[in-house]
Design a binder for this molecule. Structure first.
Ligand code: HEC
Length: 435
């Protein structure tokens, strides 16, 4: 409502002395002349800025739902192709170039709507980042046995164990001067589960800050064909995160509680082809050659949610169309077939360390529900990630944020990719002076 109508209402309201007292009371009661109407209230609204604006606030910030984020100004980042047309040439690495054509591939060619907000309090700076990416890609170099070929890597050998796929990632790099950048990475596979960003420094080459890594390659050897060392031990993977609270990690994609991976996968494949492929398909896609059951066993994640012990009661039960084929297997053979099923869905390529050992200074968490990720479902609400870091960590590997300063940063996004990125390279963060 504008001022003019407010005034005219006041006049009308006061000119009505000829009306009976009862009438006046009734009008007041109906709200035609109330205090609210004549008091101009300035409601703070979120406005678009051409830089990232970090205001000082005493309000709490570490939840997406914190009221401050509703009113904080925002920056929509204009996106360009940063790195494209890269394919990982390493033997055994396949299907890791989801952002190969840059913007044309990212989010299936739709704008990512990358939007940032920031704020700080007496101790920490917070950056909230939202973007659209309709597909969830939670696995990084998962172990697949006799897996799919890579259309961008023709002629590559897919036999045996290969390391397949790349997750969704975001990197933000703050210019520290002297050709140094403080880089924080959010990775759905590697950083999100524990609630810390991967804290790195870029001084011509990108390396993680000093200290132990929270994610370790799950491998029996040194290359990308060695096969998995561990699998889930069947115990629910509960975790208390510093920021983001209690969570449960989906064993389909994350390994925290582990035991050694067992079974002879090659023998398991031979048995699978003999006893199971006719109904579940040679490649595990559900396209059996005597009965196309349409029951695939190669959906990422799915059969890693069954512990070794959980297979027997399900597959040996008379209600399973192939129970006769299962029960005739010896215990050793059953274990080999389970190893083969794991190799269809893919065993997580990394396992995670206890976050109590964290050396990262940057907290990061997102809106992803980690207990059960359906990698085939659409990520309708997109990603929302929050970074939280001390203004000054005291480490020379970390940038210092101080009120009244301007910082240059770049930001990169990858959709199912480890090499190619879209983003923006010269953005500004203004940390406002304290009011
Ligand atoms: C004659 C066809 C047939 C054969 C052979 C067969 N299955 Fe099945 N399987 C099915 C059908 C149909 C289903 C889906 C519903 C059901 O019957 O449980 C199924 C379901 C499954 C499931 C999903 C269970 C669940 O509850 O999610 C797995 C895993 C599976 N089969 C593994 C195997 C393995 C391993 C073998 C080989 C030892 C095998 N099947 C042999 C027909 C078969």
């Amino acid at each position: 409502m504008n001022k003019l109508t407010v005034q005219s209402r006041i006049i009308r309201c006061c000119d009505i002395s000829w009306l009976s007292f009862k009438m006046l009371m009734l009008l007041l009661f109906m709200g035609s002349c109330t205090w609210e109407e004549i008091t101009p209230v300035k409601i703070p609204v979120s406005e678009e800025k051409d830089f990232l604006d970090a205001e000082y606030t005493l309000n709490s910030l570490d939840k997406f739902s914190a009221p401050h984020w509703k009113t904080a100004d925002y920056r929509i980042i204009p996106m360009t192709d940063l790195v494209t047309k890269q394919v990982d040439g390493t033997d055994g690495i396949l299907n890791t170039s989801g952002t190969y054509n840059g913007l044309a591939d990212f989010n299936k060619g739709n704008t990512p709507n990358l939007t940032l907000k920031a704020a700080y309090d007496d101790d920490n700076i917070y950056v909230v980042i939202a973007w659209d990416d309709i597909s969830f890609d939670p696995s990084q170099l998962r172990w697949v046995y006799d897996g799919p070929a890579d259309p961008l890597k023709s002629g590559a050998n897919t036999a045996g164990w290969t390391s397949q796929g790349s997750d969704d990632k975001l990197m933000i790099g703050f210019d520290m001067g002297n050709n140094k950048k403080d880089v924080w990475e959010w990775s759905l596979a590697l950083s999100e589960p524990l609630g810390y960003a991967i804290d790195m420094i870029d001084d011509g080459g990108l390396k993680t800050d000093t200290g132990d890594k929270l994610f370790i390659r799950n491998t029996t050897g040194t290359d990308y064909r060695s096969g998995p060392k561990y699998e889930w031990d069947g115990v629910e993977q509960q975790l208390e995160r510093m920021t983001g609270g209690f969570t449960i990690l989906d064993p389909g994609f994350y390994l925290l509680n582990t035991m050694p991976f067992t079974g002879d996968v090659a023998n398991g494949d031979a048995l699978y082809q003999l006893e199971c492929a006719e109904c579940h398909g040679i490649k595990g896609d559900g396209e059996g050659f005597t009965w196309a059951t349409k029951v695939p066993v190669n959906i990422p994640g799915v059969y890693n949610r069954l512990s070794r012990g959980a297979f027997d009661p399900i597959l040996g039960n008379i209600s399973h169309g192939g129970s006769g084929h299962w029960v005739k297997l010896s215990e050793v053979e059953k274990n080999d077939v389970i190893a083969r099923i794991r190799g269809f869905a893919g065993v997580p390529g990394y396992y995670l360390e206890d976050p109590a050992q964290a050396t990262s200074d940057v907290f990061a968490y997102s809106n992803v529900q980690l207990a059960k990720i359906n990698s085939l479902a659409k990520n309708e609400e997109g990603y929302r990630v929050m970074f939280k870091r001390a203004l000054d960590t005291g480490s020379n590997e970390d940038i210092v944020f101080a009120p009244g300063n301007v910082y240059n940063f770049e930001i990169r996004l990858a959709d199912h990719d480890g090499l190619n990125y879209i983003g923006a390279i010269s953005e500004k963060l203004i940390v406002r002076s304290k009011p």
